[in-house]
Design a binder for this molecule. Structure first.
Ligand code: G2I
Length: 481
């Protein structure tokens, strides 16, 4: 299957415009800038995209690829123009967890650390997606194994970026392009976990971090009336009605022209009580046609208070995933295109009454409030040659909690471990990862998986679970054969 979803977006994918049209457009830029400058409000003279967006409380971001960070003009343009970033590929499941429960943070960290150093926001992209999966996720897995892998992935990645990422694309591109309203794309997730995998992923994400915005992100959901849009709309409405945590919808917006009802579409999602973010904007074309499309997209977002920010899918046409369409705001030589000026102008023209307001902060479902103070069971010193286990509460909410258990080897390496504890008050595990559980009444026994049984002398590994009931940290014992 192609990784590139615009085979579907192809219906609206336009305009592999000839380069000479772009050049003509670029030559016209000076005149346009002069004409527009005269119409700018006196108080709105920001000269970069990020600063202009910030005037109405919004962000303007770009996708960044770690592989281009050695291009100094790329980095300089990023720093100058943008106040938010999305890693183009580096946080996807395959790149970041290439082997099970072993994470390669380095490339994503490079992007995040640079952004944080510059005071930028960071969007997390993406936790659960059918594409760019690691090869160890495969059809040989059982449903419970895939569920454990998914929960662990969500938990570990969100924990790593806690406090740095403000919004996560929890699930990406789960809906079908054709067919009846509400049909999901066939994937390993639907095959093993059924349609409920989306809800499971959002619940696991909220348990991992109650303070980050959780988004559903997709392409071709820009037209207010399209079947695909209706499917996502119905899902968000249902999630809101049932208290499934969701805070935002991402409209990727890879297109040639925004649909005429694009603003209405943003407004209809916002009316469900979620933020809307334009997450991967790129508009094929050139010159004034492209500039006009970009202007209409920006104006549509500025017109809806819950449209909180825009991210373009790259800085320069030369590195775009669809570079033949010249879809970005800077040409291959980092010159500002006509589209750049139309976006800057539309950002500067945003009126304060459309600013995202505090009342737009999503309300959390009651089940999502974090515990005031995480607690841990007493640490026991490992016996020489043996192991010890400590249970720590990571999160708790009305009726449930999430824990992490650290298994530590003593002065000798451990090859296989078993952790046991007894629940004090009727708690029960709903999902456990990185271990195999067996339960007998209130007694729980967890043994290692094949991939995490060996612990070096003095080293440790962790497993985790979510459970029903009041958070508890019983004393656990650990034995190794
Ligand atoms: O396809 C456009 C976007 C649609 N929405 C989700 C986004 O995550 C997606 O981004 C694109 C990246 O822009 C591409 O850069 O996702 C593609 C993969 O589905 C990315 O392409 C991959 C290539 O397929 C790999 O061969 C390559 O190793 O980029 C990788 C890194 O350059």
């Amino acid at each position: 299957m192609s990784d590139f979803p615009l085979s579907a977006g192809g219906a609206r994918r336009p305009l592999s415009g000839p380069r000479r049209a772009l050049t003509a457009g670029a030559l016209g830029v000076l005149g346009v800038v002069t004409a527009l400058a005269a119409t700018l409000p006196a108080n709105a003279a920001a000269s970069t995209l990020g600063a202009a967006a910030a005037q109405s409380g919004r962000y303007f971001g770009t996708a960044i690829a770690a592989g281009h960070l050695n291009d100094s003009t790329y980095v300089a343009t990023w720093d100058r123009e943008f106040n938010s970033v999305t890693a183009e590929n580096e946080m996807k499941w395959g790149p970041i967890e290439p082997s099970r429960n072993s994470f390669n943070w380095s490339q994503a960290d490079q992007i995040v650390n640079h952004a944080v150093g510059q005071g930028m926001k960071v969007r997390g992209h993406t936790l659960v997606w059918h594409a760019q999966l690691p090869s160890w996720i495969n059809s040989g897995m059982s449903a419970s194994d895939l569920r454990s892998a998914m929960t662990n992935h969500i938990t570990q990645v969100m924990n790593h970026y806690k406090g740095k990422v403000f919004a996560w694309d929890v699930v990406n591109e789960a809906f079908n392009d054709g067919g009846a309203v509400g049909t999901l794309r066939d994937s390993i997730f639907t095959q093993k976990l059924g349609n409920g995998f989306i809800e499971e992923a959002f619940r696991a994400a909220r348990a991992a971090d109650p303070n980050v915005k959780l988004c559903y992100n997709d392409y071709n959901i820009d037209d207010a009336n399209a079947n695909k849009t209706r499917g996502v709309y119905n899902m968000v409405k249902d999630f809101k009605a049932r208290g499934v945590p969701i805070d935002c919808v991402g409209l990727q917006s890879h297109f040639g022209n925004p649909p005429s009802n694009y603003q209405q579409n943003i407004a209809q999602f916002a009316a469900l009580g979620v933020d809307v973010q334009i997450t991967e904007l790129d508009v094929g074309g050139s010159g004034s046609t492209q500039a006009d499309a970009y202007r209409r997209v920006t104006q549509a977002c500025m017109a809806v208070s819950r449209c909180t920010g825009i991210t373009v899918w790259g800085i320069t046409d030369k590195y775009s995933w669809r570079s033949g369409d010249t879809p970005l705001l800077f040409d291959g030589n980092y010159n500002k295109k006509q589209a750049y000026n139309s976006v800057l102008d539309a950002l500067n023209a945003a009126t304060p009454n459309t600013s995202p307001s505090p009342s737009a902060t999503p309300t959390r479902s009651p089940s999502a409030s974090p515990s005031a103070s995480p607690s841990a069971s007493p640490t026991r010193s490992p016996l020489p040659g043996g192991c010890s286990a400590t249970i720590k509460t990571i999160n708790s909410w009305g009726g449930g909690f999430q824990s992490e258990v650290t298994v530590q080897a003593g002065s000798s390496a451990v090859n296989g471990w078993t952790v046991k504890w007894t629940w004090p008050g009727g708690q029960s595990i709903s999902s456990l990862w990185n271990g195999r559980q067996s339960v007998s009444g209130s007694s729980v026994t967890v043994t290692n998986e094949s991939y995490n049984g060996s612990i070096a002398a003095g080293g440790s590994t962790t497993f985790g679970f979510t459970a029903n009931g009041t958070a508890a940290t019983p004393t656990a014992t650990c034995t190794s054969p």
